[in-house]
Ligand binder design. Structure first.
Ligand code: G3H
Ligand code: 13P
Ligand code: ZN
Length: 330
């Protein structure tokens, strides 16, 4: 059993409390490899922002859970070396079972998500309650979820959103003891969050998605005032980066995300954690494609992973300052 506190990590309790009071959101960035982690830490150290390092089940399979844990521990030391004591949470994204959550807690994670959103309500309550009971023994914080996002959520695929039912949130939070709650108000995972027929087009021909359901968010806030809310599927799918990908041989068609101003509005409400993964993938891919297309003789991975890391760092700094509002919150 490894205690996250010995690794220099923190759970999400204190940073969510501050985010709620300060009306901003903590960035939750997914990582699978060293360059992503370097970009996250450099961006957070430069902007003095707390951060949640998210590890999905896919990331655990790809990179190995032991290695990821040492990388997170290394991230704490790296931030110190950069001269900033960045509060870092190591969080399991979309945990699918009690056993997955337990294993992560034993490996030094400071926070876990148990995603029972596709289960019948009572089963979701029971599974989440069980994880909370175990996690809290080690002061690990737990995120639960109510409502299903359209698109693919790990292996769960839904055609349309099942929006969170505000009338359930109070009962869920009380019965489970969760520390934060992910809700479904119209965001979704991936780079194609809406079908073109769900969108309108602006003067430049760019797809404009339907607005988030702020009415549901407000109703949730009214029922559980001061309780930390989480938004998944919150990439904005930057069109300039998508254009770079397509210019250099990519084929990202009708890619559309959540407009940044809507995320800013959410961040200034009870939303304390905003999950961003796809935008990072897009930034890396754009930079790598550009190098491959413009310097075809290059074969040193550092010559394309380096620019990818720079592009990612720029993206993260932009998110922290202009979307989440978490700069200078250390
Ligand atoms: O929620 C999904 C995250 O973007 C993680 O994606 O399961 O492909 O690692 P992944
Ligand atoms: P995006 O696909 O919008 O980046 O969402 C990521 C996410 O919710 C991870 O849990
Ligand atoms: Zn998610």
């Amino acid at each position: 059993m490894i205690n996250y506190k010995d690794l220099g990590l923190v759970n999400s309790r204190e940073i969510f409390k501050k985010a709620m009071e300060g009306r901003y959101a903590i960035p939750a960035f997914n990582f699978n490899n060293m360059e992503q982690l370097q970009a996250i830490i450099q961006a957070c150290a430069e902007t003095r922002s707390p951060v949640i390092l998210q590890v999905s089940r896919g990331a655990r399979q790809y990179a190995n859970q032991t290695l990821l844990r040492y990388m997170a521990q290394g991230a704490v030391e790296y931030a110190k070396e950069l001269g900033v004591n960045v509060p870092i949470v190591l969080h399991l994204d979309h945990g699918d079972s009690f056993e997955t959550c337990q294993s992560c807690i034993e490996y030094g994670f400071s926070s876990v998500m148990i995603d029972g959103s596709s289960l019948p309500y009572e089963e979701n309550v029971e599974q989440t309650r069980r994880v909370v009971e175990y996690a809290h023994k080690y002061d690990v914080t737990v995120e639960g979820e109510l409502g299903v996002l359209a698109g693919i959520e790990d292996e769960v695929q839904a055609e349309t959103h099942t929006y969170t039912r505000p009338e359930e949130v109070e009962d869920f939070v009380k019965k489970t003891g969760v520390d934060s709650l992910a809700i479904s108000i119209g965001t979704s995972h991936g780079a194609n969050k809406f079908k073109p027929e769900q969108c309108t087009r602006n003067a430049q021909g760019i797809l404009v998605p339907p607005p988030l359901r702020f009415d549901i968010l407000k109703e949730v806030e009214k029922r559980i005032p001061g309780f930390p809310i989480v938004l998944h599927g919150s990439s904005s799918v930057p069109q300039d980066l998508v254009a770079v990908i397509n210019k250099y041989g990519g084929a990202m068609k009708d890619a559309v995300g959540i407009p940044e101003e809507q995320l800013r509005e959410a961040a200034s409400s009870a939303v304390c954690k905003i999950n961003i993964d796809s935008d990072g993938r897009i930034a890396m891919t754009a930079a790598i494609r550009e190098v491959f297309a413009t310097k075809p003789s290059e074969f040193d991975p550092r010559k394309y992973l380096g620019p990818a890391r720079d592009c990612l760092k720029k993206l993260y700094i932009h998110k922290i300052i202009h979307v989440l509002g978490s700069e200078n919150r250390i």
